[in-house]
Design a protein around this ligand. Structure first.
Ligand code: AKG
Ligand code: FE2
Length: 271
């Protein structure tokens, strides 16, 4: 695993709100990531996340246009909680240190992992922000996105709009069917250029959760699989947004409480 982040990569990330790490995994590691994620997905039998009875091909009460959204990607969360092989991969301290170095934090907790499988001919992922969905508000929160297949211009690689993380806020423009809805929210971004994150399988990107990003449709008969994980810098507090937290945990908290439950959000790195 190429787990050392160079000073130049940190500078690039801080400036642009994303960075691509080529050849993050070697061939054997990529094989282990693919096979353990595949095994975890099979075990889930369509259950979107532990503790909630939502199936991936069902409307979840949030998205009314289920037909459309179910064909953006299969999205399965917190595989680390249900599969020990994925847990070993996700709790890797070396990845935690990469996230800490990029975000400039002293400790890193898993917010949630997420397999994002764009199936053949899948719909695009509209431009959006991540952090405003989460139960804490931190301008340095970030995600890793690991390509399990080559991510190409044809099959729906990620795109970023560099530098937007310095201007976006915790207000949520949402994510709907309309690709460009975020530009009504942030008209100042309308004239900026986007950058594709074309990646070979085994490469990865990190992006700040406040960087505008999206993906286009999968125009191919093949899969575009990614394994991702969102990270919360240690020390963050509950902002009242339930997001994916279990109901009983949310009900036990008030706004301002420390999010330090190791069963829900394990600390994977501490300086
Ligand atoms: O894989 C995609 O199409 C979207 C990924 C994404 O939005 C994310 O990782 O935050
Ligand atoms: Fe995202």
């Amino acid at each position: 695993m190429k787990s050392v982040i160079s000073p130049d990569q940190i500078i690039f990330y801080k400036e642009n709100g994303y960075v691509i790490i080529e050849d993050f995994l070697n061939t054997a590691e990529l094989e282990e990531w693919r096979s353990s994620v595949t095994a975890a997905l099979i075990e889930r039998n369509g259950q979107k996340m532990p503790g909630k009875a939502i199936k991936i091909d069902e409307a979840d009460g949030i998205n009314k246009d289920a037909d459309y959204f179910n064909n953006v990607f299969d999205q399965l969360l917190n595989l680390w909680q249900t599969n020990d092989r994925v847990k070993k991969l996700m709790l890797d301290e070396r990845i935690g240190k990469m996230a800490a170095d990029l975000s400039g934090s002293d400790g890193i907790r898993i917010w949630h992992d997420q397999a994002l499988i764009k199936k053949p001919w899948a719909n695009p992922t509209s431009w959006h922000l991540d952090t405003p969905f989460w139960s804490f508000s931190d301008r340095n929160a970030l995600s890793i996105w690991v390509a399990l297949d080559d991510a190409t211009l044809e099959n729906g690689c990620l795109f970023f709009i560099p530098g937007t993380h310095r201007q976006t806020t915790f207000e949520n423009p949402g994510i709907g069917k309309n690709m460009g809805a975020i530009f009504d929210f942030y008209p100042q971004f309308k004239t900026l250029n986007s950058v594709p994150a074309v990646m070979k399988a085994g490469s990865c990107s990190f992006h700040n959760g406040l960087t505008v990003h999206g993906a286009h449709a999968n125009m191919t008969p093949g899969f575009r699989r990614a394994m991702t994980c969102a990270y919360m810098p240690d020390g963050n507090t509950f902002n009242g947004e339930p997001n994916i937290l279990p109901d009983e945990y949310v009900n036990s908290m008030k706004v301002g409480d420390l999010l330090n439950n190791d069963l829900q959000n394990p600390l994977i790195y501490k300086r």
